[in-house]
Ligand binder design. Structure first.
Ligand SMILES: [Mg+2]
Length: 209
């Protein structure tokens, strides 16, 4: 049975498996906790390049939104990256990135475009196993005294490839696929505000999805 929990940015009912949610959250009414942590993928989620590790450093800043590598290959932020990060900060959320990349390539882009200060946690690792990356992030937060239920986490990625493995590892975290569930980054803030305004249907209320 799938229970409609909240609406997505397009107003469509979004469901999670109720027994799964109860198992992982301990809450029997299917309610969701407000989001506290937003985990952002980088390649093709915050910028328009699919693998910045493959570029030749050192990079050069072109403008506020763009860098280029030694071969004049450019990487440009998708529209609204700074507004998104500012918006997440204004809402008091913990901001993290989880990326399959050489950490140095990402650090260089963050430095050149002055983005690094937005991220409370950077998990940039040279392997594709996001379940390990995000598990490590959860462990890091727990060490700092922050213990999150899975539904307090929103993960945004352009790929769903590792979503099942991530959810198997850390529970039913919320997920938005860039390019599919959302078409622009400002929709993340709209999703959060909508989820916050109506975090759950009344207990016992069910809708088919
Ligand atoms: Mg990506």
């Amino acid at each position: 049975m799938r229970v409609a929990i909240f609406s997505d940015v397009h107003g469509n009912a979004v469901g999670l498996d109720a027994s799964w949610l109860t198992k992982h959250t301990g809450r029997r009414d299917g309610s969701l906790m407000p989001v506290r942590l937003v985990v952002l993928d980088l390649d093709l989620t915050l910028w328009d390049h699919r693998n910045v590790t493959g570029l030749v450093r050192p990079f050069r800043r072109v403008d506020d939104e763009t860098i280029e590598d030694q071969g004049e290959v450019r990487v440009t932020l998708f529209p609204g990256v700074r507004a998104l990060l500012e918006g997440l900060r204004e809402r008091g959320l913990i901001i993290a990135c989880a990326s399959w990349n050489d950490p140095q390539a990402v650090e260089e882009i963050f430095d050149l475009l002055e983005l690094g200060h937005y991220f409370d946690h950077r998990k940039v690792e040279p392997h594709p196993h996001k379940q390990l990356t995000i598990s490590a992030l959860f462990a890091e937060l727990a060490e700092g005294g922050i213990s999150l239920a899975p539904d307090q986490v929103l993960y945004v990625d352009d790929r769903t490839l590792h979503l099942d493995a991530v959810r198997a590892a850390v529970g039913p975290i919320r997920f938005l696929q860039y390019g599919v569930d959302i078409r622009s980054l400002d929709e993340i803030l709209r999703y959060l505000d909508r989820a916050e305004a109506s975090p759950a249907l009344p207990a016992g209320t069910e809708r088919s999805t």
